[in-house]
Design a protein around this ligand. Structure first.
Ligand SMILES: NC(=O)c1ccc[n+]([C@@H]2O[C@H](COP(=O)([O-])OP(=O)(O)OC[C@H]3O[C@@H](n4cnc5c(N)ncnc54)[C@H](OP(=O)(O)O)[C@@H]3O)[C@@H](O)[C@H]2O)c1
Length: 268
């Protein structure tokens, strides 16, 4: 099997929702590839702690900027502060997401707004501001949206979350088309069950992720893995590898693509 490694030296990447789970794994992968990485999430303490923990992963600078991707003012502040600190943005990873809890038809407009404001509007707005900054500086880069198999299914009970992920797929295709003339590539990674804070909420009924023992985590992962064609649940590193590929020169002719990193779960 070929071995791949990527260098993001002297490049700057924003990863939204990067204190936990998949986002953290992506931030770690980019930091190890020597990028400057901006850690973001809503909880300031976790943002600072994650930035400090990843600081020594590579040669780039790691900074934390707390903010809610569902709040347009926070998205503006995230982009502006990054440009002030590093002068340009080469890669934006739209990873932050929320999961409106109830199924349809129980959900109402509140859940609709919550799900769509973060997952769809936040992705659109961050991508738009970052694309404008790339065009102004004549320094084209790349945008990668983290989407889900739930966005491609016609049923599967994921309600508003699934709708928001379908919107992210549509956004990926349309933005890829409209930004191609500027040399900016827009792609997505669609994943299935990946070991993360979010997925761990479902490992043992009634237990929060912080309360799980290692044995409970491993046993739930083994059980979930049996339902996935490649025989295991995904790890954040799997998604990170997809992002590092799509953001790199190895993917310079790839745009508007939704890359499935799901162990074949999309085939089911
Ligand atoms: N895990 C899976 O099995 C799976 C499957 C398919 C797709 N995905 C996709 O993968 C991505 C990451 O999911 P995950 O499972 O890694 O989630 P996770 O473990 O729950 O982590 C979510 C991260 O996003 C942050 N966040 C949540 N809401 C935010 C907001 N409004 N603004 C900024 N940051 C926010 C969280 O920190 P704070 O709470 O402090 O803000 C945390 O750092 C999502 O786009 C999800 O749709 C995951």
């Amino acid at each position: 099997m070929g071995q791949a490694s990527f260098s993001y030296a002297d490049e700057t990447a924003i990863v939204t929702g990067s204190t936990k789970g998949i986002g953290r794994g992506i931030a770690e992968g980019l930091a190890e590839a020597n990028a400057n990485v901006i850690i973001n999430a809503r909880t300031p303490e976790a943002v600072e702690a994650t930035a400090a923990e990843l600081e020594r992963s590579g040669d780039g600078s790691i900074i934390g900027i707390a903010g809610d991707i569902g709040e347009p003012g926070d998205v503006e502040a995230l982009v502006e502060a990054t440009l002030e600190e590093f002068g340009a943005i080469d890669l934006l990873v739209n990873n932050a997401a929320v999961w409106p809890p109830r199924p349809m038809p129980e959900v109402g407009l509140e859940e609709w707004d919550m799900g769509l404001d973060v997952n769809a509007r936040g992705t659109f707005y961050a991508a738009t501001l970052v694309a404008r900054s790339m065009i102004e500086r004549e320094r084209p880069g790349s945008i990668v949206n983290i989407t889900s198999q739930a966005g491609e299914r016609h049923g599967a009970g994921h309600g508003i979350y699934g709708i928001s992920k379908a919107a992210q797929n549509g956004l990926t295709w349309r933005m890829a088309h409209d930004l191609a003339g500027h040399g900016i590539r827009v792609n997505a990674v669609s994943t299935s069950q990946t070991d993360s804070y979010q997925l761990r909420k479902s490992y043992v009924a009634g237990k929060e992720p912080e309360e799980l023992t290692n044995e409970e985590i491993e046993s739930a992962k083994a059980e979930y893995g049996e339902r996935i064609p490649l025989g295991r649940v995904g790890e954040p590193e799997d998604v990170a590898d997809g992002v590092l590929f799509l953001g790199s020169s190895a993917a310079s002719y790839v745009t508007g693509h939704v890359l499935r990193v799901s162990g074949g779960a999309n085939l089911e």
